[in-house]
Design a protein around this ligand. Structure first.
Ligand code: PGA
Length: 224
């Protein structure tokens, strides 16, 4: 049975560890553990040490490409791994926009994350980003790709399911046949099913709805 993924990206939320623990605890309590479902939450770096639970894997929202050294403010893949993180989101459109991340920078990050034995969730909106970010990478074993159309991110306007399905096929042609491809962009419990059943995705990258435990868990239930 193929594995499906629901990855929650908390972005720059919440404001306190107490609230982070409340959300995480509520999801942990309600979410079902299944071999065919991987539930991942990606909090801000600072909350990672405070969030532990058997049913939920932990991811980070970014990391640096160097392992250590004079890089003020950066976090390395090994530091994340040592805290128990297993996934790292890379190339999110918000970082491309606000931190001016380029495909070359994201490519270096993907390489560093894979070299550390972590799983990379590479966000792309178009083919050129996929190619640029995966340049020189031959081993896709720990890679997941998330199709994240900017028009759908944080807008409440999910991308057209047929168009998303076409993009899914386009991405699939460029990567291995068992690399998970997720959809991200205004996913909620009402629209999620179509992206699996009609557009053929292997799961979701969920932003806003991942801060609401009931809604997030409802999305996971669609996959089991
Ligand atoms: P959204 O965000 O679900 O709030 O649209 C998705 C994302 O940024 O990954």
């Amino acid at each position: 049975m193929k594995k499906l993924y629901v990855v929650g990206n908390w972005k720059c939320n919440p404001q306190t560890l107490l609230e982070a623990k409340r959300i995480f605890g509520a999801v942990s309590k309600m979410v079902k553990e299944r071999k065919s479902l991987e539930t991942v939450l990606c909090p801000p770096f600072i909350f990672i040490p405070g969030l532990k639970g058997k049913k939920i894997k932990i991811g980070a929202q970014d990391c640096y490409w160097e392992g250590k050294g004079p890089f003020t403010g950066e976090i390395s893949p090994d530091q994340l791994k040592n805290l128990g993180a297993e996934y790292v989101i890379l190339g999110h459109s918000e970082r491309r926009r606000w931190q001016k991340e380029t495909d070359l920078m994201i490519n270096m990050k993907v390489k560093a994350v894979l070299a550390a034995g972590l799983k990379a969730i590479l966000c792309v909106e178009k083919e050129s980003q996929l190619e640029g970010s995966l340049k020189g990478i031959g081993d896709f074993n720990n890679l997941l790709v998330a199709f994240e159309p900017v028009s759908a991110i944080g807008t409440g306007k999910p991308y057209d399911v047929n168009a998303a399905g076409k993009m899914n096929l386009t991405i699939r042609k460029k990567i291995k046949k068992d690399t998970p491809i997720l959809y991200g962009g205004s996913v909620n419990s009402g629209n999620a099913r179509d992206y699996i059943e009609k557009a053929g995705f292997d799961g979701f990258l969920v932003g806003g709805a991942s801060l609401n435990p009931e809604e997030f868990v409802k999305i996971t239930r669609i996959l089991i």
